[in-house]
Design a protein around this ligand. Structure first.
Ligand code: HEC
Ligand code: HEC
Ligand code: HEC
Ligand code: HEC
Ligand code: HEC
Ligand code: HEC
Ligand code: HEC
Length: 419
């Protein structure tokens, strides 16, 4: 009898406990689903990876806007873009907040706050919230030019605060945002609204590795288990799967997804997410834009076609190796060296210099057609150059670099970057 009562009590208590813990954890729940643990859970066992990863462009791809994430200036004289004689946009600090303000003939016409920063390596663009809607601000910042300019795709002589931001931007630049479904299916008047609290900034661990709550729970429960469970092993994937893990965000933005790219995880097959008509089996490299299409361009390279390389042959996604061309050149020389009899034919002319920089000759920087800005005040600038991933011989780039070398009095110690 007594046993039975205890049993009954336990029977009652178990769900109560479960309910209680659920309540306590409630505000910690991942907005995606409970199968996600959240990146902060990985620190405990993967501290080295985490500490290194947070310095990468991936992790910082979208962030709350603040003086720390906006590299452009707010000081007088440097905070102005004059679109024409009457119209200008300024960046201003007002109380504790940061604004873009449009002036027509000296009179303020519109002002909106910087809320979200996208980017930070070569370029930054900013978004503001208007209720549940998100819009792009008219000025972007180009790090290489060290200046504000009108945002890509904007007319050079008009201020526009009304360009809505599509979920598609977030699918590549963040880990998650929930779009609120709309009744209005009339495309022209469609409003795009988001659940503000669902936004997970940056590309987090699980955006690549997939939901890992089971992995965290298992490894926490069995701390002596040194083998990973309930997590995809990258090394066990096929080459196509490895490539897809990056191509989901690095094959350009022309693709139309039938299933949201947010659901895609390492190990999935990308073709299953896309509209079949947009699946091009033989990408024509001449029509590929350099912006964001590393996957298509690489696939058209001899290196790729005649080896088993994937993106991780050259890139370690947990480390910021931005602009470290020496490290990248070492990757080339793993396959191309004198011993393999497939080294660069220019090697005798370049001597020891060659080891510093294979990149500017074989993967030159090219202007993006997608990220281009309209001229302001009659000046045409190319603010955004991307490394082409079509690894090949570019005679013109070689000429430029050889000319640079011959102009030096003494042999330079390094090759110039991005001439
Ligand atoms: C309680 C400890 C623990 C936590 C928390 C944890 N892991 Fe792990 N994880 C391990 C162990 C142990 C291994 C196996 C040894 C290793 O590769 O470090 C592992 C391996 C991995 C691997 C490599 C799998 C393979 O074999 O290729 C990935 C990827 C991974 N974890 C991702 C994550 C992510 C993402 C998180 C956070 C959401 C996370 N882990 C949280 C313990 C943990
Ligand atoms: C969820 C989308 C997403 C996935 C998945 C993804 N990337 Fe990226 N990647 C981006 C975006 C967005 C940027 C630009 C970030 C920025 O500068 O704001 C980027 C930038 C990069 C850069 C430039 C880094 C720098 O320092 O400038 C490299 C290299 C890169 N990705 C390689 C990879 C590789 C390799 C993989 C696969 C293992 C991968 N990416 C998977 C979205 C993604
Ligand atoms: C852009 C995609 C991407 C992101 C984001 C990412 N990883 Fe990885 N991770 C990879 C790839 C690809 C590999 C396999 C690397 C290889 O085998 O060369 C890997 C390997 C691992 C491994 C096993 C090998 C190792 O280096 O220890 C662990 C553990 C891991 N990741 C944890 C994490 C954690 C924790 C985070 C977040 C702090 C994270 N990853 C973020 C792509 C990513
Ligand atoms: C298919 C994935 C994809 C989509 C969609 C996408 N981007 Fe990007 N974006 C990238 C990648 C990859 C890079 C970095 C390298 C490059 O330009 O190829 C990048 C670079 C950028 C940069 C410069 C980042 C830096 O650190 O220099 C900005 C700003 C940016 N994107 C904004 C946007 C906005 C705004 C949208 C939506 C209108 C958008 N992107 C849509 C993949 C994407
Ligand atoms: C995984 C091995 C591997 C890596 C890494 C690699 N390549 Fe190659 N590459 C090859 C193979 C295989 C070929 C074709 C046959 C040959 O020349 O050996 C090739 C061909 C080439 C060619 C001739 C292209 C043409 O169109 O005629 C150039 C140039 C080249 N690679 C440069 C590079 C550079 C620069 C890097 C580093 C950014 C690099 N490769 C990295 C394997 C590799
Ligand atoms: C043979 C070596 C090699 C391979 C393979 C490779 N990359 Fe790169 N990648 C580079 C080099 C070199 C750079 C220039 C680095 C820099 O300037 O910071 C680069 C730069 C990038 C950038 C930054 C682009 C820019 O100009 O800002 C992205 C994004 C990127 N790679 C993605 C990828 C993806 C995705 C794959 C697989 C489809 C891949 N890479 C495969 C060598 C490689
Ligand atoms: C100054 C520019 C320049 C630099 C730096 C450079 N290359 Fe080259 N490379 C060339 C040119 C030009 C050719 C074609 C030469 C010819 O066919 O006579 C070439 C040819 C090649 C080939 C094809 C060889 C063949 O058998 O057809 C490979 C592979 C290669 N380079 C790899 C590399 C690697 C790896 C590095 C860095 C260690 C490098 N290159 C540095 C300009 C350069």
């Amino acid at each position: 009898m007594k046993n039975k009562t205890i049993c009954f009590l336990i029977f009652l208590l178990v769900p109560l406990c479960a309910l209680l813990t659920q309540c306590l954890n409630k505000d910690k729940k991942d907005p995606r689903d409970e199968v996600y643990a959240g990146s902060d859970k990985c620190i405990k066992c993967h501290k080295n990876v985490y500490d290194s990863y947070i310095h990468t462009a991936h992790f910082q791809s979208s962030r709350p806007a603040s003086v720390n994430t906006i590299h452009g200036s707010f000081s007088a004289g440097k905070n102005i873009v004059e679109l024409n004689d009457h119209l200008k946009v300024m960046t201003e600090k007002r109380n504790a907040a940061l604004y873009q303000v449009a002036y027509l003939n000296g009179k303020e016409v519109e002002a909106h706050r910087f809320d979200i920063t996208f980017g930070g390596v070569k370029a930054e663009t900013y978004l503001y919230w208007k209720g549940k809607q998100l819009f792009e601000l008219p000025l972007s910042y180009f790090d290489a030019l060290h200046k504000w300019t009108n945002s890509p795709g904007y007319a050079g002589n008009r201020v526009d605060f009304n360009r809505p931001i599509l979920r598609r931007c977030f699918e590549c630049h963040s880990s998650y945002i929930k779009e609120i479904p709309q009744q209005n299916i009339d495309l022209a008047n469609r409003i795009i609204e988001y659940d503000k609290s669902s936004l997970i900034y940056g590309i987090d661990c699980e955006r690549c590795h997939g939901p890992a709550a089971n992995h965290v729970n298992f490894q926490t429960e069995y701390p002596n288990e040194k083998k990973a469970r309930y997590i995809t092993k990258f090394s066990a994937l096929t080459r196509a799967q490895k490539l897809d893990a990056c191509a989901v965000c690095h094959s350009g933005n022309k693709d139309v997804f039938q299933v949201s790219a947010f659901v895609f995880k390492m190990g999935d097959t990308l073709a299953k997410f896309k509209e079949p008509i947009f699946l091009s089996q033989n990408p024509n490299p001449a029509t590929l834009d350099v912006h964001g299409n590393q996957s298509g361009l690489l696939a058209s390279s001899k290196c790729f076609l005649m080896s088993n390389m994937d993106c991780t042959t050259c890139h370690n996604p947990h480390i910021n190796q931005s602009a470290n061309l020496v490290i990248y050149s070492q990757r080339c020389m793993k396959c191309h060296n004198e011993a393999n009899h497939n080294f660069c034919k220019m090697a005798p002319k370049l001597g020891a210099l060659i080891k510093n920089n294979c990149i500017d000759c074989h993967m030159p920087l090219k202007p993006s057609g997608v990220i281009s800005v309209a001229s302001v005040g009659g000046k045409n600038e190319v603010p955004y150059l991307v490394r082409t991933h079509r690894i090949a011989i570019y005679p013109d780039e070689t000429k430029k670099i050889m000319a640079f070398i011959s102009k030096q009095d003494a042999t330079p110690h390094t090759l110039p970057v991005g001439l």
